[in-house]
Design a protein around this ligand. Structure first.
Ligand code: OGA
Ligand code: MN
Length: 208
């Protein structure tokens, strides 16, 4: 079964991106999808997950002072990954129709933050081709309290905290990648999420 994002919700997301550059949504992805994603993460965590790197290409390196999560990329061959990617594809088409963003490519990875793990303040937009325009972060933790840490903190251009978000199952955060530094506070409990990025095509960048 493939879920649909309604036109009204797409309008709401597009309006928020224009007005303030980010939005939090809590019921865009059905619970059965979130729970299946979580179950997949939990069964594969010790097998397919690798220490996350920063940078790209030749500059890519594992730097555990900056981030200490472990990741695995989603792929279209897997049926539960495909379910999530299909929803993200609807988001892409809906935003392109409304905002002419030219979103083209989407890549996303599962991330597990073991107790003590964090991701220091950073921007997702990387220099070079296939620049990231729009970030999505989807949380997969059925229970979470303030004291568990692991909050996603979003900062404004002046480095003032704008929002402190508990990584609760079903919450999707969408923000403009170039505009918002953000960080994952050290977590005290195992914390599961899926981070993803829409970028424009190489052809579009080369023509600009
Ligand atoms: C990232 C990121 C946040 C999260 O991977 O770039 O900011 O909550 N992730 O997983
Ligand atoms: Mn990030």
């Amino acid at each position: 079964m493939v879920s649909q994002i309604s036109e009204a919700v797409l309008d709401e997301i597009a309006d928020a991106l224009v007005d303030k550059g980010y939005i939090l949504l809590s019921d865009i992805i059905p619970d059965y999808v979130s729970l299946a994603l979580l179950e997949k993460m939990q069964t594969e965590q010790n097998i397919n997950f690798k220490k996350a790197a920063i940078g790209r290409g030749i500059d890519q390196q594992v730097n555990t002072f900056i981030r200490s999560d472990k990741i695995a990329w989603l792929n279209n061959q897997d049926h539960i990954d495909r379910e999530y990617l299909t929803i993200m594809s609807q988001l892409k088409d809906g935003l392109n129709r409304r905002l002419f963003m030219g979103l083209f490519h989407y890549e996303s990875h599962y991330a597990v933050y073991e107790p003590g793990a964090f991701y220091k303040k950073h921007l997702d937009a990387l220099k070079g081709s296939q620049n990231r325009l729009l970030t999505t972060v989807f949380f997969l933790n059925p229970e979470w309290q303030e004291k568990d840490g692991g909050q996603l903190v979003i900062y404004d251009e002046l480095d003032q905290p704008l929002d402190v978000i508990n990584p609760l199952l079903g919450t999707l955060v969408i923000f403009l990648s170039e505009r918002f530094p953000h960080e994952v506070k050290p977590t005290l409990k195992t914390r599961n999420s899926i981070a993803g990025w829409f970028s424009v095509s190489n052809a579009a960048i080369n023509a600009a």
